[in-house]
Write a protein that binds this ligand. Structure first.
Ligand SMILES: [Ca+2]
Ligand SMILES: [Ca+2]
Ligand SMILES: [Ca+2]
Ligand SMILES: [Ca+2]
Length: 496
């Protein structure tokens, strides 16, 4: 082994992928700190094992910030400077290469079937079998330290969710029909430290927010936030970066967002247009928020492309980047699925049909482009590990098993248009999570793998649901609501 100590030459870790030249590299990053080339190669193995590591730049001559380097199994690590000096004798290289590829081969075979994190199971609690809403929320409504579940007109007090409390006058709906609650969000709108509940009553109709009465108790006062909120998957997120959440939707064919205009939130919220008129309709499917170009500013996504948030928020319209992600998706998410440093897109393809995909961000002629990777096939006859279901009309991207990788939670929207209105309408009302794993990339394949895990087969999803840790045990919980009623799924950690 060649001792690294005393060498001032700058190393670079360069990524190569079979059949691809688009992996990130860290050319020019100072990666001193390894004491030998063997250690460097070992570091590369660690990189390939865990896909992505942080490498601290500790060059004595020029200490710098943390650098990020991503490699994959097929990467090579080499010095770009002083190669002759740094490289060990040939036999050592050959030996290292042989060991490395043997390791790659063995782990490549063994990696996929291995479960390296504890399994996850869920305890199901049925809040009610009455159809009140196709949405759900969670949060500590009464500030007693226990997370509470929100379904339709009621919140259910944790930790047992047995007691229900009214938010607005309840109205029961027939499962053959529709509710007056398609999206539920929980957020402190007026800044009094008590969580309020925000409801989109119907695609294309009002969003109201119900004011938590707080310690004094009593009725929740209803306020109109915005009168016409189009799209079936509106979001409530902080898109402006001021720490306050805004409602993301389109109205009158224009994509944008709206938020409170005064500290009380009671004044009518103002709509901030971000696009030209796209003639989008009331029941438009597919909407998302996330930073796709890595500038730190969340961008907007729809099924037909994404809109780049400008440096000056007021500059409108935002630049549109056309790309067809889906025909009829639901909540669209941006997440670095493959761990290469850029945001990828996760969306269902048909909220009333089949298909769930992630779209890998690539650069094409210097511009952002995407490659689709199917998770659930878009046709009924094909399956993923024997799993297939229709109508993934809501989905969340969240780390279910605590391994640091965000997984996907989705399921079947039960009776979206009644018992006969959709393909396989009477199929099991399933709720699944899809476990993300990353591993060796063979030629022409991706290093990303999803495994479906059934959570429940008699509940499904509606048009929106929520995840979070309700009981503070560190395990992810899920609250859903649809035509079968309202449900809490408490994650129960399992031993390895
Ligand atoms: Ca509570
Ligand atoms: Ca951005
Ligand atoms: Ca990526
Ligand atoms: Ca995970």
């Amino acid at each position: 082994m060649l001792n690294r100590t005393g060498l001032d030459g700058e190393l670079s870790v360069r990524g190569f992928a079979s059949g691809s030249d688009r992996l990130p590299d860290a050319h020019g990053q100072s990666v001193a700190g390894w004491h030998s080339l063997g250690e460097l190669l070992n570091e590369c193995r660690q990189i390939t094992l865990f896909e992505r590591v942080r490498i601290r730049s500790v060059s004595a001559s020029s200490p710098g910030p943390e650098a990020s380097a991503g490699c994959r199994w097929s990467d090579a690590c080499e010095s770009s400077t002083d190669r002759a000096t740094l490289y060990p004798p040939k036999f050592e290289v050959l030996a290292m290469t042989a060991i490395r590829w043997a390791t790659i081969g063995l782990l490549g075979i063994a990696f996929w079937p291995l479960k390296i994190t504890p399994a996850v199971e869920f305890k199901k609690i049925r809040l009610t079998d009455t159809f009140y809403a196709e949405a759900a929320g969670l949060g500590d409504i009464d500030r007693d330290g226990h997370g509470d579940a929100i379904y339709g007109p009621h919140w259910y007090a944790g930790p047992d969710f047995a007691r229900q409390h009214q938010i607005y006058p309840p109205e029961k709906f027939l499962p053959q029909n529709y509710s007056q609650n398609f999206a539920t969000f929980v957020h402190d709108i007026n800044g009094d430290q008590w969580l309020d509940v925000i409801v989109n009553v119907w695609p294309g109709k009002e969003v109201f927010w119900f004011q938590n009465p707080g310690e004094a108790g009593g009725a929740w006062q209803r306020h109109l936030a915005y009168p016409t909120v189009d799209n079936e998957s509106p979001h409530l997120v902080d898109i402006t970066g001021d720490g306050k959440k805004e409602l993301i939707f389109h109205t009158g064919g224009v994509l944008g967002f709206a938020g409170p205009t005064d500290p009380t939130g009671v004044e009518r919220w103002l709509f901030h247009p971000c696009s030209d008129n796209g003639n989008w309709r009331q029941y438009q499917h597919g909407l998302g928020v996330g930073d796709l170009n890595g500038d730190g500013r969340p961008d907007l996504l729809m099924a037909e492309g994404w809109w780049e948030q400008p440096a000056a928020l007021a500059a409108t319209p935002w630049q549109k980047h056309p790309f067809t992600f889906a025909q009829e998706g639901a909540q669209m998410h941006v997440y670095d699925v493959d761990g290469d440093g850029d945001g990828d897109v996760i969306t269902s393809l048909a909220a009333h049909g089949y298909g769930l995909s992630w779209f890998e961000q690539i650069k094409k002629d210097g511009a952002i482009d995407f490659i689709e990777h199917a998770i659930l096939p878009a046709v009924a006859e094909k399956q993923l590990n024997g799993v297939q279901f229709s109508q993934p009309h809501a989905l969340e991207v969240v780390d279910v098993n605590g391994d640091g990788l965000k997984d996907i939670v989705t399921g079947k929207r039960y009776w979206a248009h009644g018992p006969t209105g959709d393909v396989d309408a009477t199929g099991p009302a399933v709720l699944y999570w899809f476990e993300l794993a990353r591993g060796p990339a063979a030629v022409g394949t991706t290093a990303v793998h999803y495994s479906p895990h059934l959570i429940d087969s008699d509940s499904g999803i509606g048009t929106q649901f929520v995840t979070g840790d309700l009981n503070g045990d560190g395990q992810l919980d899920i609250v859903t609501g649809n035509k079968k009623g309202g449900f809490v799924f408490l994650g129960v950690p399992q031993a390895l």
